[in-house]
Design a binder for this molecule. Structure first.
Ligand code: NAD
Ligand code: UDP
Length: 315
């Protein structure tokens, strides 16, 4: 299969490119390097089945491909709020351009959607048939609504033009190759703990998230793309739920850090709780469920940042 991965130089995209190459596919990685970087894909550059294209998904492109994974979009609040108009354009025009490409070359296309389509949920845990509680005019809206419109476009290209689509809704995923300044909670806490700086909890730390290790998520991506029973949306994530205070204490104890916890103001519209119901994924993705516990995944991620920071900050 010749497979296009948009956002392929990012955190999840680079893991996906690696997995697809290992399974014998040809991979075209497309990225504008907003939050992605060459370091993430450096080890793939010598592989003759790997090709890199610097391109922005808000512009059309014509490529001959069999499959498309559409991941291009900044995922961390500080990055998607940096240029919110561009974030919406990336989700919406990116989806139109990639769906147009899929339609033209008859490629199957998978959308990396998000648990943010549920907003600040009033139903817990979240199932795919819950329509969500999203503020359309807040600071998270550029991302949440952009991703919601992308889902709409996917469904309409499917109904109207018979495009072969798949949609997955990703819940908080972490692991090696997140940026140290990414701003998401797992990377923030680990970097702060390794530097013996204060861990910054936003709000009182009682809000919850359910954290999935990247390898578990990538396995589900590929299973979703390869099966013919369901187009989605399908939730993918780890249903083990933790408060941010629990996460902070775990990170401090796993790193053996001297860090203390400090409290900052909670950002606007920050969801109070989040946990995926993954029954659909289990049923249709060959009994898929996450295998890596939070502590195992944190240990791998801590080892990654430890080595990264050691190279950046010679003692
Ligand atoms: P990331 O920021 O590391 O990766 C996004 C990639 O897309 C980067 O390489 C970036 O340079 C690229 N990109 C951004 N705008 C682009 C554009 N206009 N044209 C081309 N490339 C562009 O984030 P990630 O965590 O790897 O997320 C990947 C995808 O998964 C995103 O679509 C995100 O919304 C989705 N997702 C991730 C999570 C998570 O917890 N990691 C959760 C829900 C959804
Ligand atoms: N958060 C925090 N400290 C940080 C970064 C984030 O307490 O340094 C909180 C944030 O307010 C949210 C949770 O951690 O409640 C998850 O934040 P993240 O940005 O990782 O993901 P999202 O809010 O998009 O789920």
């Amino acid at each position: 299969m010749r497979t296009l991965v948009t956002g392929g130089a990012g955190f999840l995209g680079s893991h996906l490119c690696e997995k697809l190459l290992a399974e014998g596919n040809e991979v075209i990685c497309l990225d504008n390097f907003f939050t992605g970087n060459h370091g993430n894909i450096q080890h793939l550059r010598d592989n003759s089945h790997f090709e890199l294209i610097r391109h922005d998904v808000t512009e059309p492109i014509l490529l001959e491909v069999d499959r498309i994974y559409n991941l291009a979009c900044p995922a961390s609040p500080i990055h998607y709020q940096f240029n919110p108009v561009k974030t919406t354009k990336t989700s919406v025009m990116g989806a139109i351009n990639m769906l147009g490409l899929a339609k033209r070359v008859h490629a199957r296309i998978l959308q990396a959607s998000t648990s943010e389509v549920y907003g600040d949920p009033s139903v817990h845990p979240q199932k795919e048939d819950y329509w969500g509680n999203v503020n359309p005019v807040g600071i998270r809206s550029c991302y949440d609504e952009g991703k919601r419109v992308a889902e709409t476009l996917f469904m309409d290209y499917h109904r109207q033009n018979q495009v072969d689509i798949r949609i997955v809704r990703i819940f908080n995923t972490y692991g090696p190759r997140m940026l140290p300044n990414d701003g998401r909670v797992v990377s923030n806490f680990i970097v702060q703990a390794l530097r013996n700086e204060n861990l910054t909890i936003y709000g009182d730390g009682s809000q919850t998230r359910s954290f999935c290790y990247c390898d578990d998520l990538i396995e589900a991506f590929v299973r979703m793309m390869n099966q013919d029973q369901i187009i989605g949306p399908v939730n993918i994530g780890n249903p083990s739920e933790f408060t941010m205070l629990e996460l902070a204490n775990n990170v401090i104890s796993l790193t053996g850090s001297k860090s203390k916890i400090i409290y900052h103001k909670l950002p606007l519209d920050d969801p109070k709780m989040r946990r995926p119901d993954i029954s659909l994924a289990k049923q249709f993705l060959n009994n898929w469920e996450p295998k890596i516990t939070l502590n195992q995944g944190l240990q791998k991620t801590i080892a990654y940042f430890d080595s990264l920071l050691a190279h950046q900050e010679p003692v």
